[in-house]
Design a protein. Structure first.
Length: 405
């Protein structure tokens, strides 16, 4: 029996949530942006897309295309709440659910769709409940794997439902451009076109040897994707992370180290708070710096012992920053912790003198979890100017990738 996978993809998610929350925005061309002066559009409504407004544009560019456009500052907490409610809805139909992103969910309904009248009736029920309970629309794609479910969703947006059956899959893929397949981006498409491969049908018949020569180990997988095959199980449980990081884009470029220190401390605290919450301690600290001209670089250092102590991470990141000969104004800073060991795996020497600090962090984290982000904070962070809060693509509604918004 073939698997049955659903892709539930929210339509213009951020914009739809804003229109649902504010009736005055409904049926209007709107664009969701960050709070900073030099923000870009994160999502636009379908009314705005009709004018050519797209994600990544500046407000100035969008206004030229659509003079009537309404800009709305995004509310990440609102979107996170809606994502959690979407997850709850999906779990009514299957226990096997993967939250792929804040606006996209995969379900394996192979063993449960018969309880709801089959895959398509199940998909219609999800759409109906999402509309009734969340007040927004979603598109449901159905296929025998995540690749085909995602394709079915992409081909039927907005507010659509489509089932790509195995019997009709080959005919659909024969003339479908390769760029339509999930996971094939612009650079991969360019390489394929240079090899005279433009459609999925051509990709499926391409020589594995030739593809492997160009794409390495991915060559065989690309050929399989051309046939509609993708051996990718759903990620039903959160994987152990390889790193925990936060970055922020500043409202204005920062030039002085003293202005960067509070931001660096804030980022270090955000990273360590998540690490402590989920029991991770790391040895490697990575600093990311982006200049005003978007040139970006990273530097790394290792500390003697694995840690999730904010001050230790901050001092390590600061030592990196102090060694950097900054040539331009800094637009973005990021701090990442990696090379993990479980928090309980402390050495005897590392444990000496740290019990009091761990008790302190535990108490502070508990208060901040209960009453909100910075109820208790470091003195040097008390008057800092926050950078632009754009929700990370890696955010999830639970586990270590759930970050404070």
């Amino acid at each position: 029996m073939s698997m049955v996978i659903l892709c539930v993809d929210m339509d213009a998610f951020f914009a739809s949530v804003e229109q649902q929350a504010n009736p005055a925005l409904r049926d209007k061309p709107i664009a969701v942006t960050g709070a900073g002066e030099r923000t870009v559009i994160t999502t636009s409504s379908y009314e705005a897309r009709a004018y050519g407004v797209r994600t990544g544009m500046t407000p100035y560019q969008a206004r030229k295309l659509c003079p009537e456009i309404i800009f709305v500052t995004g509310d990440n907490k609102k979107y996170a709440r809606t994502c959690r409610r979407l997850e709850d809805i999906c779990r009514r139909f299957s226990p096997d659910v993967e939250i792929y992103s804040i606006d996209e969910v995969f379900l394996d309904v192979t063993g449960s769709h018969h309880l709801f009248g089959g895959p398509e009736k199940l998909g219609r029920q999800i759409k109906k409940i999402v509309r009734e309970e969340l007040g927004i629309n979603c598109t449901v794609g159905i296929g025998s794997n995540v690749l085909m479910a995602k394709l079915a969703s992409d081909l039927s947006k907005p507010d659509g439902l489509r089932f790509i059956h195995d019997e009709t899959m080959a005919a659909l893929l024969e003339t479908l451009p390769v760029r339509k397949l999930w996971g094939i981006g612009g650079r991969t498409e360019e390489k394929l076109v240079a090899m005279n491969i433009r459609t999925c049908g051509e990709l499926s018949r391409a020589s594995v040897t030739v593809l492997t020569k160009e794409f390495g180990v991915l060559g065989e997988r690309l050929q399989a994707m051309g046939r509609g095959d993708l051996d990718r199980p759903l990620e039903l449980a959160a994987r152990d992370p390889k790193s925990i990081g936060h970055s922020t884009t500043f409202p204005k470029d920062l030039w002085k180290l003293d202005d960067m220190k509070p931001q660096l401390l804030l980022l270090s605290e955000m990273v360590c708070r998540r690490a402590r919450r989920h029991g991770y301690r790391g040895r490697r600290i990575t600093l990311t710096v982006r200049y005003s001209n978007f040139k970006t670089f990273t530097r790394q250092t290792n500390v003697p012992f694995c840690t999730n102590d904010t001050s230790e991470i901050y001092l390590a990141a600061l030592s990196i920053l102090e060694d950097v000969d900054l040539q331009k104004g800094v637009r973005l800073l990021g701090v990442t912790l990696s090379s993990f060991e479980e928090a309980k795996q402390m050495t005897l020497f590392e444990n000496e003198g740290k019990k009091e600090r761990e008790a302190l962090f535990k108490a502070v984290d508990s208060i901040n979890d209960k009453f909100g982000g910075e109820t208790i904070t470091w003195a040097s962070m008390a008057s800092h100017e926050e950078g632009e809060g754009v929700i990370s693509p890696a955010w999830r509604p639970s586990g270590v990738r759930e970050s404070d918004l």
